[in-house]
Design a protein around this ligand. Structure first.
Ligand code: SF4
Ligand code: SF4
Length: 258
């Protein structure tokens, strides 16, 4: 997946188009969800010998087959201007982890049409305003958003979830602990905290599900940039306006590190 390149890859209308869906044969990706259920730790993550092989597999998988990327709520408005035929479906991750899921999985364009045609659950097309209102409500509750491809770089879904059930976030966290490349890329942004503005209230660290916020001896919050996925969730709860974001690619140490 190419990130950045001037315009963000997910703001390119071609990546949502019927032509690309046809070329990528989106039907081929309907059966891949079983991959998310793999218990990679028991497959050998604890052994340093198997990590390079798994890294290669995940690199190939996320570059060619299926990839997800965290996207902050602030960028969703522009994406929804491009996407069409949006429908909410039952969250497949919640269904797989808890037996049933809320109607929060947003399918887009040709993928949405296909799901409605072949899936057990039928769903109505929703307006952009209704989508953004629903996503905002979920975001306010602490959930984060990610884009998902069905044959990179064709984008077919926006997931909204948390680390209790998401089969993108859960393996991301687990794999990170073992030094293996993640199934889900970080966002195009990196966040930082202005110490002078920070009151040390701790709300941001309670909100962050990636253990990316710590406190210094003076009680001021600091973002652990290696852990930050750039979801922007912490910004919403900071009433001191202390958290800001930069383009990931503008920071030399993190350029190209997704
Ligand atoms: S929410 Fe804002 S003020 Fe509170 S600890 Fe975090 S950065 Fe500091
Ligand atoms: S520090 Fe903020 S932007 Fe980074 S992962 Fe945590 S909540 Fe998301």
């Amino acid at each position: 997946m190419k990130h950045g390149d001037g315009k963000k890859w997910y703001l390119n209308a071609h990546n949502y188009s019927k032509e690309l869906a046809r070329k990528k044969k989106i039907d081929n990706y309907d059966h891949l969800d079983w991959l998310y259920r793999l218990d990679l730790v028991n497959l050998g993550l604890k052994s340093s010998l198997t990590r390079p092989v798994l890294n290669q597999f995940i690199k190939y998988y996320t570059s060619n087959i299926r990839a997800g990327q965290v996207v902050p709520f602030d960028d969703l408005g522009e994406i929804l201007e491009i996407a069409e035929n949006m429908r909410f479906f039952e969250c497949i991750c919640e269904k797989m982890t808890h037996g049933s899921g809320k109607n929060i999985c947003l399918m887009l364009g040709p993928k949405s049409d296909r799901m409605n045609r072949i899936g057990k659950q039928k769903s109505e097309i929703v307006s952009k305003d209704d989508v953004i209102n629903k996503l905002r409500e979920l975001n306010d509750r602490g959930m984060i958003h990610s884009l998902w491809t069905y044959g990179v770089p064709f984008i077919g879904a926006i997931c909204t979830c948390d680390d209790k059930s998401c089969l993108g976030i859960l393996p991301h966290k687990k794999l990170r602990d073992y030094g293996v490349n993640q199934l889900m890329s970080k966002s195009e942004y990196l966040y930082s905290i202005n110490e002078k503005r920070c009151s040390g209230c701790g709300l941001c660290s309670e909100r962050c599900m990636f253990d990316a916020i710590e406190f210094n001896e003076q009680g001021k919050a600091r973002i652990i940039r290696e852990n930050c996925v750039g979801c922007g969730s912490c910004v919403l709860v900071c009433n001191r306006n202390a958290i800001s974001r930069d383009e990931r690619n503008s920071i030399p140490d993190f350029k190209g590190k997704w």
